[in-house]
Write a protein that binds this ligand. Structure first.
Ligand code: 5AD
Ligand code: FES
Length: 351
């Protein structure tokens, strides 16, 4: 068992059999070794520093119909809102005062946020906060759109690949959505110059060791600067409402494996992980994560950005969420830093 962890570390690769062994084992000592190896690797790259990103959820409208997501267009019971330009700037102002140096603007695929509007928002934030990184998470857009937003001042883009298997992708999405198009978008983002994040849900319906192994192989070959993974959590009024949760334990082991495969990757301990376990985000850090994303969205809309059920941090002001995060991280012996927190390979670039 210990050999497997050593091999993964050395080769920065994992076989299908090694993956299954590590995810299936009931040996606590193996899990302990995996966690230790992942944390040593993270410490070597980033020390005890945990980077904070201020998350601003700009729209709960979405034109897509992903079967797993509470914001899918067919969900008539979802409450829809979108932030105004000024709402977004207020969130940034508040966030900057709380020490955030990265703003993540995330939203459903909402035509209201067309290139003209988004470029105006991004360039305004860029002008007001030259020392901050701007991360976008707005789904699939055209190459021209990605380029325009990059030129307006965005630095990073998060677009989970969701699954590296086209067959699995087709079971999670309606026929009009294409796996190939998603892959093309990721490639275009990379070519445009963004620090790019991909990722997937752990325990999504129809996921297998094979699809997970394909995810890890995709991540290795794509070489993202960020990887977002979190457990699948069913959302009411969606086709997957009655499906079981993803497992916290499997998510933690995969975080550790990803850390070993990509030692310098920016790896968040996600809100979904914190939703399924009261110490989920702390555990995520102990298994190699080095990013947390407290919520800066206006309190009145928090609960309506309902991708899945029982999401945490929907009742807290930005300042509370910030303080809570800091407390939790210190409590386990790590420190939050006021820093853009770029990927090692992008230091000093990207403004
Ligand atoms: N449970 C967990 N994660 C989800 N996402 C969407 N729906 C769910 C769900 N029910 C993830 C997807 C998406 C990201 C914004 O949230 O991976 O890319
Ligand atoms: Fe948001 Fe604890 S991190 S309330």
């Amino acid at each position: 068992m210990m050999d497997i962890i050593g091999h993964i570390r050395e080769r920065r690769d994992i076989t299908r059999e090694e993956l299954e062994t590590l995810l299936a084992t009931k040996e606590e000592e193996t899990v302990r070794q995996l966690r230790k190896a992942a944390r040593e690797t993270a410490d070597k790259a980033y020390g005890k520093k945990i980077f904070m990103r201020g998350l601003i959820e700009i729209s709960s409208y979405c034109k897509n119909d992903c079967l797993y997501c509470g914001l899918r267009r067919s969900n008539r019971t979802a409450v829809r809102y979108r932030l105004s330009d000024d709402d977004i700037y207020s969130c940034c102002e508040n966030g900057y005062g709380l020490g955030f140096r990265t703003f993540v603007l995330q939203g459903g695929e909402d035509g209201h946020f067309d290139d003209e509007r988004m470029c105006r928002i991004v360039s305004t934030i860029r002008e007001r906060y030259p020392d901050c990184a701007i991360t976008l998470s707005l789904g699939e857009r055209s190459r021209e759109s990605y380029r325009a937003l990059y030129n307006a001042g965005a630095n990073r883009y998060l677009l989970r690949h969701e699954t590296a298997s086209p067959e699995h992708y087709a079971l999670l999405h309606p026929a009009e959505m294409s796996w190939q198009h998603r892959m093309d978008c990721l490639q275009e983002l990379k070519e445009t110059g963004y620090q790019v994040g991909c990722g997937f849900m752990v325990g999504s319906p129809y996921q297998t060791f094979d699809t997970l192994h394909a995810d890890l192989q995709f991540i290795r070959s794509f070489g993202p600067q960020m990887v977002g993974i979190g457990p699948f959590i069913p959302a009411h009024d969606t086709p997957f409402a009655e499906m079981p949760n993803g497992s916290v334990e499997t998510t933690l082991r995969l975080l550790a494996i990803i850390r070993l495969l990509l030692p310098e990757v920016l790896l968040p301990a996600t809100t979904a992980l914190g939703t399924l376990h009261p110490q989920g985000r702390e555990l995520g850090i102990q298994f190699g994560a080095n990013v947390v994303m407290p919520n800066l969205s206006p309190l009145e809309h928090r609960k309506d950005y309902a991708i899945y059920d029982h999401k945490i941090c929907t009742g807290e002001e930005a300042a509370e969420c910030r303080a809570c995060t800091e407390f939790r991280i210190r409590n386990i012996g790590y420190e939050t830093v006021v820093d853009r927190g770029d990927h090692c390979s992008f230091k000093g670039e990207g403004l």
